[in-house]
Design a protein around this ligand. Structure first.
Ligand code: URA
Length: 441
């Protein structure tokens, strides 16, 4: 608990004053232990939203949230402990490839992941498509999975940054989510509590990202890197393109299937998915001081696939998931191609709308109480530059996987509006956009 009354701390921030490191650590503890009531926590969040934090305040508050619960240690492993955070996108299955790739490169990866937010998919929701997979294990199972596979992609356990969990709910209910002064401490407190030695951030921009503009993404990346480094965690960020679906699927079981295919046959995978995953791996290995490891080779040799299979088994999933994914990943009852009205070349994706189409199919949440249907989504999504056409023998815009014919109809209409096709006269294949835009260190 803080020595100063909660109301006095809130008043000072409300009036634009500065809080000390000790006070901000105390506020983190008080949010976790009830020393700050819901009303006080909400008022504090709104005061920060309106008046902001200085650079040192942002670091101190992040540390306060981190220290509100357990901070994991991994000394017994004797290898660097690394992780990635993504700001989220549509079809973003990078975590499922990156964690086992990094484990195969000699690091340990306790990857604390989240559920879908807004129009973006969540890694935990994807993993829940795997029967038996314990996506929210306790600390003991998390440690056992790391020992067995070198990686564990799981949800936040109750004792990691509990102040963040309470604060996040109160921010959500009180209209104080969208400020980097609270987003950055929220993201990083969980990463710091996981006991990492190095972190890489995938900060996305474009029509499927929360930050549409590169400038906003860069500003968020710079703040994340500054706060993480200030709190003692060496961190680098890549800005990456989310102006189109990453890979060819969006939807939970479909993305697991695409990830398994990429792990077992990387040559056939979307090169953008592989490129962004390898680039993130290279950056975090470099920050962690790992030399001589080759993440691309970890993929092509099957070493990453082996780590993924071991992780799935350690967390309760099927032993033959990689050999027989179709036996384990449930399929939707209605599966049908969606063709454009006229022939042409895909010019661009309204990517956010494609994410919303997946939610419309039942693959994401409209409210936090909603259950997800892991079977539904989009596959074979045609990227910019792909020729498509209306005939049964033409390449479709994508394949819709739905629970009902009516939901498939609605998704097909949404897809036709969101995948923009330019006519063939003149041919309108867009210039390819690189998936990695810049590095922020
Ligand atoms: N993700 C988080 O964990 N926290 C935020 O505030 C926003 C995104």
């Amino acid at each position: 608990m803080t020595a100063t009354l909660p109301a006095e701390l809130i008043r000072r921030k409300r009036d634009g004053g500065e809080l000390t490191r000790t006070e901000l650590h105390g506020i983190g503890a008080a949010i976790a232990d009830g020393g700050f009531s819901d009303a006080q926590t909400g008022a504090f969040a709104m005061a920060v939203f309106l008046k902001g934090f200085s650079d040192p305040e942002r670091v101190a508050f992040t540390e306060g949230l981190r220290d509100s619960g357990s901070v994991l240690t991994w000394e017994h492993l004797d290898v660097p402990v690394v992780d990635k955070h993504s700001t989220g996108g549509v079809g973003d299955k990078v975590s499922l490839l990156l964690a086992p790739m990094l484990a195969a490169c000699g690091t340990a990866v306790p990857m604390i992941s989240g559920r879908g937010l807004g129009h973006t998919g969540g890694t935990l929701d994807k993993l829940d498509a795997i029967p038996g997979y314990a996506s929210q294990p306790g600390l003991d199972l998390l440690r056992a999975a790391i020992d067995a596979a070198g990686c564990a992609v799981v949800g936040q356990t109750d004792d990691l940054a509990p102040a963040d969990r309470r604060l996040y709910g109160i921010r959500d209910a009180s209209g104080s989510v969208e400020t980097r002064d609270l987003i950055v401490p929220s993201i990083l407190s969980k990463k710091l509590a996981a006991g990492l030695h190095a972190l890489v951030l995938d900060v996305k921009h474009g029509s499927g990202a929360f930050m549409a503009s590169v400038d906003d993404a860069r500003e968020l990346a710079q703040t994340l890197v500054a706060v993480a480094t200030g709190a003692g965690l060496p961190t680098v960020a890549l800005l990456t393109d989310m102006d189109r679906v990453l890979g060819t699927t969006a939807g939970n079981a479909l993305e697991v299937a695409e990830s398994i295919a990429a792990l077992t046959d990387p040559a056939a995978a979307d090169p953008r998915l592989i490129d962004v995953t390898v680039a993130l791996a290279e950056r975090v290995l470099s920050v962690a001081g790992v030399t001589g490891a080759d993440p691309r080779a970890a993929l092509t040799s099957g070493a990453a696939a082996d780590r993924f299979a071991r992780m799935v088994v350690a967390l309760g999933g099927p032993a033959d998931l990689l050999e027989r994914p179709d036996d384990h990943l449930a399929a939707a009852p209605v599966v049908r191609p969606v063709h454009p009205d006229t022939a042409g070349v895909v010019a661009r994706h309204a990517t956010r709308d494609l994410g919303l189409a997946v939610i419309g199919l039942g693959g994401g949440r409209r409210t936090d109480k909603d259950a997800i249907d892991h079977r539904v989504g989009l596959s074979a999504v045609a990227g910019p530059g792909t020729p498509v056409g209306p005939g049964a023998d033409d390449r479709p815009l994508c394949v819709v996987h739905a629970r009902t014919e009516a939901e498939a109809d609605a998704a097909a209409a949404a897809v036709r509006a969101a995948i923009v096709v330019a006519g063939e006269d003149p041919p309108a294949a867009p210039a390819p956009v690189p998936v990695i835009t810049e590095e922020v260190a």
